[in-house]
Design a protein around this ligand. Structure first.
Ligand code: RB5
Length: 146
């Protein structure tokens, strides 16, 4: 199960992402927002981060205007590794190296075609589980103790 969340800036792209997921038969839970009315992206980052951390959802997708604010907010939760990606290489690398569990997208930065390629890559790329990557992810988690 995928957790989806966006703000008003991300809403137009989220509609396209949901259409793609429906076509692919990929199950998701939509945590909103559900219109282009102005709202606060940390609200939706929190809902999606909590759904991923609880295990209710395996991964998440967060979209705002730039992908930046909503990703910054999600990364405040230890255990969340949210990556704002602007191309498929970044999506592949962040799955393989960082075991990213949330994909961030910027609706005002990339086009729909690129966004859907990023989503496809993010969902289909496994973590490489190399020793150095496991070690570095553990080091990221340790930062919360400082
Ligand atoms: C909303 O206007 C915009 O600031 C938001 O979608 C996002 O880009 C923040 O990082």
């Amino acid at each position: 199960m995928l957790a989806l969340g966006c703000d008003h800036g991300g809403f137009p792209l989220m509609k396209e992402v949901k259409k793609y997921l429906d076509e692919q038969g990929i199950a998701y839970q939509d945590f909103g927002t559900c219109s282009e009315e102005s709202c606060d992206y940390p609200v939706y980052a929190r809902k999606v981060a909590k759904a991923v951390l609880s295990g209710e959802c395996e991964k998440g997708i967060l979209i705002c205007g730039t992908g930046i604010g909503i990703t910054i907010a999600a990364n405040r939760f230890p255990g969340i590794r949210a990556a704002n990606c602007t191309n498929a290489f970044m999506a592949q690398a962040t799955r393989e190296h960082n075991d990213a569990n949330i994909l961030g997208l910027g609706a005002r930065v990339i086009g729909v075609g690129t966004a859907l390629k990023i989503v496809e890559t993010f969902l289909n790329t496994p973590f490489s589980e190399g020793e150095r990557h496991v070690r570095r992810i553990a080091m990221i988690e340790d930062l919360k103790n400082e």
